[in-house]
Every structure is written in structure tokens, then in C-alpha cells.
Design a binder for this molecule. Structure first.
Ligand SMILES: [Zn+2]
Length: 414
């Protein structure tokens, strides 16, 4: 695919805005240094962002002996962004200002068996309506909604191509959502969303090479390579959860045997527990969230079964993370998503020990393994940045790709 001059300009505009959000207030000179763009290019892009009212002039700073430098900062009231995290057991929605502070959040439980696209879309529409109402923002100020859904997605067509845990194939998710949601919609998956969130605000900030391991019901790796998000040729890089850990091992939803996910995803951890102690009171059959919570409490209380299950899980995870360390030589491996955050530091300690048993010494010495430091849902945050990227792309074009009128929306088009 050929990158046009418009693509490059859009990417540069996004990069300048990202730097301003990360370090407001800042000067054009600092932005030129941070982005590697010329001062003239930065001045032009800053002018465009000022015209869009996404940023404002906020005074001057002295520069040793030279002319005072004008400072710009993100205009947090310049627009609102919505991030949607669709997972197998919940839908989280957060509404952000332009500085990416959370203004409102809503959560819907997705019950076992509730996996039809229409059911999931209903949860998303209700939660989006709720955050807009809670925040009291005008519909016109919502620049877009970034939607993260597990599995393979086509960003251009808005199709969920394949979600193994729900057996979805080619579900036109954005078209279904557009029947209820009036704002421009942008689709991607949690691997990408987590990686961007860590790159902008978390443990990958300032790093060129990082891996964000997503531990939820599904498992995967978001890849930051050379300072940018790595998507692969068809936006499916990072499907590490479906690489083989055990030959002829457990059957996976994807149809193969022994995938990483079947040992370290929430259902896999439940199976680790069941194999160790079939009648354990920690086990809540059919309820991943309750079982992982019970294990987390058990580890805190020193319950030997809970400690052993987390250790067994970390042995699998450690071997698989060592593959990532040897393959990609990252500066940091971040453990993210709900299973990692609930099991917390006890899991990280065990994983560090297990990785050290499998990884080569040189890449291992260069790698830190940490828990995601982002206190809110990193997938919502990352999804909101996709909406921001999309909003910047649509500037000067005929309008957002998905603004066709539809019935039964949560907010009227303004
Ligand atoms: Zn698999």
C-alpha cells in the first residue's frame, strides 16, 4: 500500500497532538525535538490543531537569551472521546476529555451464553448512552467512539472477522453498532488498544520495543516495535495466545491443540485449578470472574491450593513469555488486562522466575517484566486513542466514514 502525502501529514499531525497530550504545556521547539520533524512543519501542524480547537495557546516561556517561546497545551474541553472494551465477560465504556481524563464510565456484565452479536451490541449501546448522559456532553462534542473487540478485526470494513471465544465469523460489528450509535465509530482489538495505552501513558512510555501481554479470557500480545505499534500486514500480529505451548495439549477454541491461551487464559487457569483440586471451593464452575477473584484472595491468604495454581499458571506463562523475550528482545514486558490485574504482584513474581528459567541471558538481562501501571481500563483508553486518530484523519475529508443516519440512536445527529 502506497502512503500518500495526505497519510504522512495525518500521521504527523497525530504524532504532534500525542506529544502535546503527553507533555502539556510545551513549545513548538520541544515538539520538533520530540517528533524529529522540522520546526516549520511543527509550526504548520500546531496551527492546524489550534484551528481545530484541540489545543490552545497558554502563554510564553523564557528561552535563555532568545525570544520567549509560545506554549501550547491540549484543550481538554475541545472534544470528547469514547473508548469501548468489549470482553467475553463484560463491556466497559469510558468517556474521556481531549487530555484523556476519564469523565464518565459505565459497565455491563455479559453473562455466560450471551454471545450473539445483537446481545453484545445492546450492551455497548446502553453503556455509550449512559456515559454521554452522565458526562452531560453535547452530542456534537463527541469526536468518535473507539471499539475494541477480541479476535481478528478488519479496521476498514468494521468487520469482526473471527472471535474464537464466541465463534463469530465476519460479523459486521460497526454496521450493527451504527444502528444505535450516532457518532463516528472505529474498530480494533484489545491487543492493539493495550499496547497504545501503555505506549502513551503506561510502562512502555519512552521505550522503543515493548510487549504488552493481555491476560483475560483470551490471551495475546500487543507489540510496540521501533517506537510504534506493530500490526502486521493484515492487522493480526500478536496472536501469541494461539501459538503452541504443549504439543497435542488442550483443545483450543481456534481448533488447534496446546495453545498458550488454553493454559493461561481465565478458562485455562480454571482448568489448572480443576486438575489440581477438582472439589476446591475456589472453583466457581461457569464463572471465570468469581474463580479468578477467589484465587487472588486465596493467594493473599496463603491458601496452598491457590498458591500452587498461580505457580503452575506462571510456569506456563513464563515459558511462553520467554519466547517473546528471545524473539523480540523488548525493553519491557507488561502484564495487562483483568486476570493480570486481579492476580497482581504474586503472579508477576512467579512469572519473572519462570521466564528466567527459559529465556536466553542476554535478552533477559535487557527486559523488565512489570504489571500495567494504568489505574483505569487500558483497553478503553487505547480504544479512545483510535477514535482520536480517526477524528484527525477525517479532518478536511468529506466527513467521518460512518456518519450515515440511522434509527434508534442513543443521541441525535447534531
Ligand atoms: Zn488456539
Amino acid at each position: 500500500m502506497k502512503r500518500t502525502s495526505r497519510d504522512i501529514r495525518t500521521a504527523n499531525r497525530y504524532e504532534v497532538l500525542r506529544q502535546i497530550i503527553a507533555a502539556s504545556p510545551t513549545s513548538r521547539q520541544e515538539l520538533a525535538v520530540a517528533t524529529g520533524l522540522s520546526l516549520a512543519t511543527v509550526a504548520t501542524l500546531v496551527g492546524e490543531l489550534l484551528d481545530l480547537r484541540m489545543i490552545t495557546e497558554v502563554g510564553f516561556e523564557d528561552s535563555a537569551g532568545g525570544r520567549p517561546r509560545g506554549l501550547v497545551a491540549v484543550d481538554s474541553a475541545g472534544g470528547a472521546l469514547i473508548g469501548v472494551d468489549i470482553a467475553e465477560t463484560y463491556v466497559h465504556v469510558e468517556l474521556f476529555d481531549l487530555a484523556l481524563n476519564v469523565l464518565a464510565r459505565a459497565e455491563e456484565d455479559v453473562r455466560p451464553g450471551e454471545s450473539l452479536p445483537e446481545q453484545v451490541v445492546g450492551h455497548v449501546a446502553a453503556a455509550v448512552g449512559s456515559v454521554v448522559a452522565q458526562a452531560g456532553v453535547e452530542a456534537a462534542r463527541v469526536l468518535g467512539v473507539g471499539v475494541s473487540v477480541p479476535g481478528q478485526v478488519d479496521r476498514d470494513t468494521g468487520l469482526s472477522e473471527y472471535a474464537p471465544n464466541w465463534d463469530w465469523h465476519d460479523v459486521p460489528l460497526l454496521d450493527l453498532l451504527a444502528e444505535h450509535i450516532a457518532y463516528p465509530l472505529y474498530l480494533d482489538n484489545p491487543l492493539r488498544a493495550c499496547a497504545v495505552a501503555e505506549l502513551w501513558f503506561g510502562a512502555a512510555r519512552g521505550h522503543e520495543d515493548a510487549v504488552v501481554v493481555n491476560l483475560g479470557t483470551g490471551v495475546g500480545a500487543g507489540l510496540v516495535l521501533g517506537g510504534g505499534l506493530h500490526r502486521g500486514v493484515s492487522n493480526s500480529a500478536g496472536e501469541w495466545g494461539h501459538t503452541t505451548l504443549v504439543l497435542d495439549g488442550r483443545l483450543c477454541h481456534c481448533g488447534n491443540h496446546g495453545c498458550v491461551e488454553t493454559y493461561v487464559g481465565a478458562p485455562g487457569i480454571m482448568l489448572n485449578l480443576r486438575e489440581l483440586s477438582p472439589r476446591s471451593p475456589l472453583l466457581h464452575p461457569g464463572d471465570q470472574t468469581a474463580t479468578i477473584d477467589a484465587l487472588a484472595r486465596g493467594v493473599q491468604a496463603g491458601d496452598p491450593v491457590a498458591v500452587k495454581v498461580v505457580r503452575d499458571t506462571a510456569r506456563y506463562l513464563g515459558a511462553a513469555v520467554a519466547d517473546l523475550v528471545n524473539l523480540l528482545n523488548p525493553e519491557v514486558v507488561v502484564l495487562s488486562s483483568w486476570v493480570a490485574s486481579r492476580l497482581g504482584e504474586p503472579l508477576v513474581l512467579e512469572v519473572r522466575e519462570a521466564v528466567a528459567r527459559h529465556a536466553l541471558r542476554r535478552p533477559l538481562a535487557a527486559t523488565e517484566i512489570v504489571l500495567s501501571p494504568i489505574p483505569t481500563d487500558p483497553v478503553c483508553l487505547g480504544a479512545a486513542t483510535f477514535a482520536l486518530e480517526g477524528a484527525l484523519q477525517s479532518v478536511g475529508q468529506r466527513g467521518p466514514r460512518r456518519a450515515a443516519p440511522a434509527k434508534g440512536r442513543t443521541a441525535p445527529p447534531s
